[in-house]
Design a protein around this ligand. Structure first.
Ligand SMILES: [Zn+2]
Length: 460
């Protein structure tokens, strides 16, 4: 990952967010920063930031002209800026660049040139695109004389994607404004880094400050999402350890982090160790006893919310009489993202009577989950869309029969609502016999690394 991300922290995130607000661009980036905030801060902070983002966007829509001296050709408002954009599922390069504010003719020229060495449609979820651009601001001739005559244009200087660790595709703009594609094969060496220490500022911040890439830290957090509630369970003074593959160029510059080989969180002295092991040709994570860490459903399909009403008989707050409550209610601010409790296919995605805006996801032939009272849906999703565990499927609201913003969450087994808190999150896979022996060899090797590789964690 890029060096400049090494010291990213809240302040940097805020600055970055501000920058994006300043220039009214790159909504996907702003949103992913807000999501990062949700993960590393309290929900309230994240919510405040999200609202201030919305307000600023509204404010910027009533843009006041800036008094600057500009030539005919416009004014370069800023020096070059570099963004590492992480691709989300459903993104296309076309959409990303148009959203950034690049003019259509440039976008088409870039895509056209890229096709010579790489199919732009091959970009996939979590790929990093490094975008070096500048913003030109000038008086628009269209609206001359009016207050609304400021025009802005985003110019891409270069854009790099990394189809594999060794391969870099770069599209650069020459002095005549033409784009040229180039494919570079990098000489890469792999090594294993180890970081171990005490948490002082939260797992994400402490990890990134000691040099682990934000992507690897997010991956580590995801590994624990089945067992750990990062809002409540992780405290200052808790310990962590991580062994991660890192790829370096010939010059010794870190290109990016690879797989997490081992990770440990010691929460109030309770260690949760996770080992990477190949099984049937695919990568899986296991606890120290050889049980897969992958579980079928998330414990809580929302970050940092509290249960406001549990499963069972209760007096209905709106209808007034006693009624079976077939789900769990989570109180959360309106607009809080609702996450898919497990991977699956959307089978309902529209208003449904008292449920208000309603989402249903089928995970297995037996299990589905449902989410009620959403304030709004996600534009690109519909019935039939495939979602992955943790994907945002809607936003908390109070539509339908509801007394205030909350998520009504239901778990269905063979079409019957069951109590989600009673259903044991089933372990995906339990190694035994020969497979367990194979795992133990890997585990011993990793434990040797843990003893022998020097610790690179820098306490803050
Ligand atoms: Zn409910």
């Amino acid at each position: 990952m890029k060096d400049k991300f090494k010291k990213i922290d809240n302040v940097k995130l805020l600055t970055l967010l501000n920058h994006i607000l300043e220039h009214r661009l790159f909504k996907p980036v702003a949103i992913s920063i807000i999501v990062t905030f949700i993960l590393i801060n309290s929900l309230t902070v994240a919510y405040k930031i999200a609202s201030s983002y919305r307000e600023s966007v509204e404010m910027k829509n009533k843009l006041t002209p800036i008094k600057i001296n500009i030539s005919e050709s416009g004014f370069d408002m800023d020096e070059e800026q570099v963004i590492d954009y992480q691709v989300k599922s459903g993104d296309t390069l076309l959409r990303i660049l148009l959203d950034l504010g690049v003019v259509e003719s440039d976008v088409l020229a870039i895509l056209n040139e890229m096709t010579k060495v790489y199919n732009p449609k091959s970009i996939s979820n979590k790929d990093i695109i490094t975008i070096n651009h500048k913003i030109k601001v000038g008086y628009s001739r269209k609206n001359e004389g009016s207050d609304d005559n400021i025009d802005r244009e985003v110019i891409i200087n270069s854009l790099s994607i990394f189809p594999s660790v060794e391969k870099q595709i770069t599209i650069s703009r020459d002095s005549n404004g033409a784009y040229k594609a180039k494919e570079t094969i990098l000489k890469i060496t792999k090594s294993i880094s180890r970081y171990s220490g005490t948490l002082n500022n939260g797992l994400y911040v402490d990890g990134v400050r000691s040099g682990i890439s934000p992507t690897a830290m997010m991956n580590m957090i995801n590994l624990y999402s089945y067992d750990v509630d990062f809002q409540r369970d992780v405290k200052d003074g808790d310990k962590f350890e991580i062994l991660v593959e890192s790829f370096y160029t010939e010059g010794g510059k870190k290109v990016r982090d690879g797989d997490i080989l081992f990770s440990s969180l010691v929460l109030q002295k309770r260690p949760i160790d996770i080992y990477l092991h190949m099984i049937d040709g695919r990568k899986e994570y296991f606890d120290s006893k050889g049980n897969s860490t992958r579980k079928s459903l998330l414990r809580t399909p929302i970050n940092g919310a509290r249960v406001s009403s549990s499963f069972g008989m209760r007096r209905h707050p709106v209808l007034g009489y006693s009624k079976m409550h077939k789900g769990i209610d989570f109180a959360a601010a309106s607009g809080t993202p609702i996450l898919a409790a497990g991977s699956g296919t959307i089978t309902y995605y529209s208003p449904k009577g008292g449920y208000g805006n309603f989402v249903q996801i089928k995970h297995t032939p037996e299990y589905s989950t449902a989410y009620g009272h959403a304030s709004r849906f996600v534009k690109k999703l519909k019935v039939g869309s495939k979602v992955k565990q943790g994907d945002v499927v809607a936003y908390v609201g109070s539509t339908g029969r509801s007394t205030g913003p909350h998520l009504h969450f239901e778990l269905m087994f063979k079409g019957q609502a069951v109590n989600p808190s009673k259903v044991k999150a089933t372990s995906g896979l339990r190694l035994a016999g020969k497979a367990l022996k194979g795992f133990e060899e890997v585990k011993n090797r990793i434990d040797k690394y843990r003893k022998n590789i020097p610790n690179q964690f820098k306490a803050q």
